[in-house]
Ligand binder design. Structure first.
Ligand code: AGP
Length: 611
């Protein structure tokens, strides 16, 4: 997720752009850049690292002009570097583009352009857009952008300028947000409202497939086929702080609500639309090498370790490959055995967790191949791995991990399908069915997000809100769901919560059950549902408080529970991705009702970069 800002008017574009980019820095900041049209030239400055580096460069070498675009990057393709930072240009450096999103067919486009003699400067997908616009440009920038985007598949929000069109800023979106701000004799584009709120409160929300030509005194919008579109002008009431969270009270709640889009982005570009083939080329593992793998080791910490457990269950069930799951902090000190043909899959949102990094180094030193599931492009985990699956989840600001977790589980599901098909432990029909189930998940999550009243009601109920302790139970694929739900509650509400395998109840935890102990039971449809109901009955027999998570349409769970959260029916192996959402929301609302600092809980850091 990157940040884009553009400006056309009589002020210095760089001042507006940099002020806007700083308001978007939460969207990513591994590199940044600005380009302006000035006296028939296209001038540009870029920098690696945070925006303040670019500020310093601009102070030393100011840019002029009246038209410009800028970008703060969260890398998805191509590690952070100056050549990979935006804006990107055509060969003659007369057209500049900034982009947020993922161009899924960029490799095909790049190959075709290179065959026509086009030389690329970067490894990014974005640069293909600049060269495509050049290919179709015949003086009308708006027309060239519309034609270029007809060749593009994937998600984009773009700003485009051209040195020969000093009175025109072109913007377009499909799948990534982009707004147009309307001022007096000036206009703006931005990824998000906070970037332009100090300049105007009148905005247009571009919709998918729309291209906008913006001039000082007006604009026009068309779809890619040239049909004219009129958009309503919205007046923004938010203050600055609220705007950064898009109106949500906390980043955590915003990120919980981003999950339908995030799952789509994790899947984006990983499944061939025609053949339904899973392709994880960035893992850098050949099909032959994949077949040779005899053991998989998954290492991670915290929430990422819970995602790793989901991965273990999936990989063993469908690929029949033995999987060892370990906490990175334990793995690094137990002198691990690393047999030949071992693949390590580290999991890390930040890509900077010290224990996970050390586990990688140990495994590599003993001959393991390492392919990590990581969110931060170009992070230490990514750089020290032989290959990666980038989560494409965008920066996660809330300390409590939410969208990163469901994105990691989705990445494991993709890897499982790919490995199982390669090993022929599932056939093509089964693989297509599993991919179809994955594609249904964003809609199921959206259903939960649209029906939160039972969750909000429980979060206000003193038997949950004021509990001293809580137990979370699950079985099979949803044992990790219980662990993750408990971690969410404890880390933001400070209520002691423990996740347990429900089958372990009789081996100790049942001694804790009283009429003051809430027990969250994950009892969705599946092979172990009846066993879960037995556990629930044991808890009820001892006056325990039962909050069940069950599949909608379940007629009998209510009689065994004090409260029930219903989730849409879901393919059991992928149900942890869906089950996570009500548990995230419960933790969020309980913590908010307790007045806790939800986004920055006490004693915690977003990334544990020290032991
Ligand atoms: C999760 O809510 C916590 N913030 C924490 O457990 C986190 O998952 C853990 O520190 C691992 O971080 P990583 O994914 O960045 O490696």
């Amino acid at each position: 997720m990157c940040g884009i800002v553009g400006y056309i008017g009589d002020n210095n574009p760089t001042n507006v752009i940099m002020a806007g980019l700083h308001r978007l820095e939460y969207r990513g900041y591994d590199s940044a850049g600005v380009a302006v049209v000035n006296e028939g030239r296209l001038d540009c400055l870029k920098s690696l690292g945070k925006l303040k580096v670019l500020d310093e460069k601009l102070e030393a070498s100011p840019l002029g002009g009246k038209l410009g675009i800028g970008h703060t990057r969260w890398a998805t393709h191509g590690a952070p570097s100056e050549e990979n930072s935006h804006p990107h240009f055509d060969g003659a450096k007369e057209i500049a583009v900034v982009h947020n999103g993922i161009i899924e067919n960029y490799q095909e486009i790049r190959a075709a352009l290179e065959a026509d003699g086009v030389e690329f400067r970067s490894q990014t997908d974005t640069e293909t857009i600049a060269h495509l616009v050049r290919k179709y440009y015949q003086g009308d920038l708006f027309a060239a952008v519309k034609r270029a985007l007809q060749d593009v598949e994937g998600a984009y929000a773009i700003g485009v300028i051209c040195k020969d069109n000093p009175d025109v800023l072109v913007a377009a979106r499909h799948g990534s947000p982009l707004i147009v701000g309307l001022g007096d004799g000036e206009a703006f584009i931005a990824s998000d409202v906070p970037a332009i709120l100090r300049f105007t409160r009148k905005v247009l929300y571009l919709d998918n497939g729309q291209v906008c030509e913006i001039r000082r005194d007006g604009h026009r919008i068309e779809d890619l086929q040239g049909n004219t579109i009129e958009l309503e002008v919205n007046h923004i009431e938010w203050d600055d702080a609220a705007a950064e969270k898009e109106g949500y009270p906390h980043f955590m709640l915003k990120e919980i609500h981003q999950q339908p889009e995030v799952i789509q982005n994790t899947l984006r570009g990983r499944v061939d639309e025609g053949s339904d083939e899973v392709r994880l080329t960035e893992m850098n593992i050949s099909t032959d090498d994949l077949k040779k793998i005899e053991k998989i080791v998954i290492v991670a910490c915290g929430t990422a370790w819970h995602a790793g457990m989901v991965g273990k269950y999936l990989i063993e069930k469908f690929t029949r490959t033995p999987v060892e799951l370990d906490l990175a902090s334990e793995y690094r000190y137990r002198d691990p055995i690393v047999p030949e043909n071992t693949l390590m899959i580290p999991v890390s949102q930040s890509g900077e967790t010290a224990d996970t990094l050390e586990a990688i180094r140990i495994a590599k030193s003993r001959g393991a191949k390492v392919a990590s599931i990581v969110n931060a492009v170009g992070s230490s985990v990514a750089r020290e791995s032989h290959g990666v699956i980038y989560q494409q989840a965008g920066p996660e600001i809330g300390v409590a991990s939410t969208k990163a977790y469901t994105s990691q589980c989705t990445a494991f599901a993709l890897f499982t399908i790919w490995l199982a098909e390669t090993r022929e432990t599932i056939d093509k029909a089964e693989a297509k069915k599993m991919i179809a189930y994955l594609r249904e998940i964003p809609g199921k999550i959206q259903q939960i997000l649209d029906n939160q009243d039972a969750i909000q009601r429980c979060a206000e109920d003193p038997k949950y809100r004021d509990a001293q302790s809580a137990l979370y139970l699950g079985r099979s694929y949803n044992f990790p769901s219980a662990l993750e739900g408990a971690l969410k509650l404890k880390e933001i509400s400070y209520i002691h919560a423990e996740g347990y395998a429900a089958g372990e109840m009789k081996h100790g935890p049942i001694a804790l059950v009283t009429d003051e102990l809430p027990v969250v039971c994950v009892a969705v449809e599946g092979e172990t549902y009846d066993k879960m109901v037995s556990n629930i009955q044991e808890i009820r027999a001892r006056s325990g408080i039962v909050l069940s998570v069950a599949t909608e349409g379940n007629q009998n769970i209510e009689q065994h529970s004090d409260d029930v959260f219903y989730v849409p029916s879901c393919y059991e192996p992928f149900s942890p991705i869906v089950v996570a959402v009500p548990l995230q929301l419960l933790s969020y609302y309980v913590a908010a009702n307790r007045g806790c600092d939800v986004d920055q809980p006490r004693n915690l850091a977003k990334s544990v970069t020290v032991e």
